[in-house]
Design a protein around this ligand. Structure first.
Ligand SMILES: Cc1cc2nc3c(=O)[nH]c(=O)nc-3n(C[C@H](O)[C@H](O)[C@H](O)COP(=O)(O)OP(=O)(O)OC[C@H]3O[C@@H](n4cnc5c(N)ncnc54)[C@H](O)[C@@H]3O)c2cc1C
Length: 299
């Protein structure tokens, strides 16, 4: 099985898709419909996030295992250090290896309940994602990715130290990073420049959420930690009461953003799908990132 990093070093830009584990059976059916539909576009990899609680964590392991067994997709499992001792983390990593998952996104996670609350390390656990990267790398031949923050992580005091902390994760063995949501290409490119200045040229993927509704716009504000820039507000604000027009403009905006980043040489674009396929499919097809049907028939 190839690794995520190998797929990011191909000749053309690629795309990848992120899902979260299903909450119940109906959710599971919706998730698998989305996975199957996006599988047809041949993403470079797919990933499943890791939740805060036991059952959701089991569903992440089960879902990634099923992806290995039943699809042609390359899966990447997320893993966090929240409420885990090192022994438990070793177990989960062992499970991933046992079901054939060789790509792991190692993130620290947030305190359960209040994401901005104080981080309390498990007494036998880890403090930073850097340590989780090192642990996964120690335990086998894994390809490990990490999170990056164009505006700096919310807990960071300044961009320089935040970038230094990202570089530490690469030094600990990470092969690539995926960026948290951001609004403008320059925000992402400045992060890439900060890394390049420190001699770090590992693949950095922009994370993109299709802006289909006012809710997805709010989510982008919440997760990025940045307000909507005036240039975007001018395009979207007049459409908040017209869902169809808002969606069309939102899809245009993220397509333009992704195209600009592709022109700037990003190796791929990572889509936060929210377990839905339609909007991601539209953007991917408009960008020409999917593998056309005639290519597929050629093998
Ligand atoms: C692409 C992506 C996927 C994600 N997937 C998940 C998921 O599946 N499940 C989930 O719960 N959460 C997920 N998250 C959220 C993530 O867990 C939180 O944003 C978390 O707060 C930070 O994780 P991290 O891995 O960046 O932490 P870290 O890299 O450990 O950083 C945390 C803070 O500590 C600082 N820091 C790091 N190393 C050091 C050091 N050595 N010394 C001093 N300070 C340091 C950093 O600058 C930062 O402020 C994801 C985020 C992204 C961008």
């Amino acid at each position: 099985m190839t690794s995520v990093v190998e797929r990011l070093h191909g000749p053309d830009p690629v795309f990848s898709v992120e899902f979260f584990p299903p909450r119940d059976e109906a959710d599971e059916q919706r998730l698998w419909l989305a996975i199957r539909q996006l599988e047809g576009l041949e993403p470079a990899f797919m990933s499943v996030t890791y939740g805060a609680g036991g059952s959701s964590r089991d569903r992440t392991i089960r879902t990634t295992g099923r992806v290995v067994q039943e699809t042609s997709l390359l899966p990447m499992a997320h893993l966090t250090a929240v409420d885990h001792s090192v022994a438990e983390l070793r177990n989960v990593i062992g499970w991933y290896a046992a079901v054939g998952v060789r790509n792991i996104l190692a993130v620290r996670g947030d305190p359960p309940g209040d994401p901005n609350g104080e981080w309390i390390r498990h007494p036998q656990g880890l403090t930073y994602a850097e340590e989780l990267v090192a642990l996964v790398k120690q335990l086998g031949d894994f390809c490990v990715g990490v999170a990056a923050f164009p505006y700096g992580h919310p807990r960071s005091t300044d961009l320089d130290s935040d970038t230094e902390n990202l570089v530490r994760k690469f030094r600990a063995g990470a092969g690539f990073a995926i960026a948290q949501l951001f609004f403008e290409a320059e925000d992402f490119l400045r992060l890439r420049d900060r890394l390049a200045k420190r001699g770090c040229d590992a693949p950095l993927l922009p994370g993109i959420l299709p802006l289909t509704t006012v809710r997805t716009l709010r989510k982008t504000v919440e997760l990025s930690g940045a307000p909507v820039p005036p240039s975007l507000a001018r395009r979207l604000d007049p459409l908040v009461d017209d869902p169809k027009a808002f969606r069309a403009e939102g899809i245009d905006i993220v397509t333009e953003l992704a195209q600009r980043l592709i022109d700037e040489g990003v190796p791929g674009v990572h889509f936060y799908t929210f377990n839905m396929s339609k909007a991601t499919t539209e953007v991917v097809e408009r960008l020409g990132l999917h593998r056309p049907a005639h290519d597929r028939s050629a093998g």
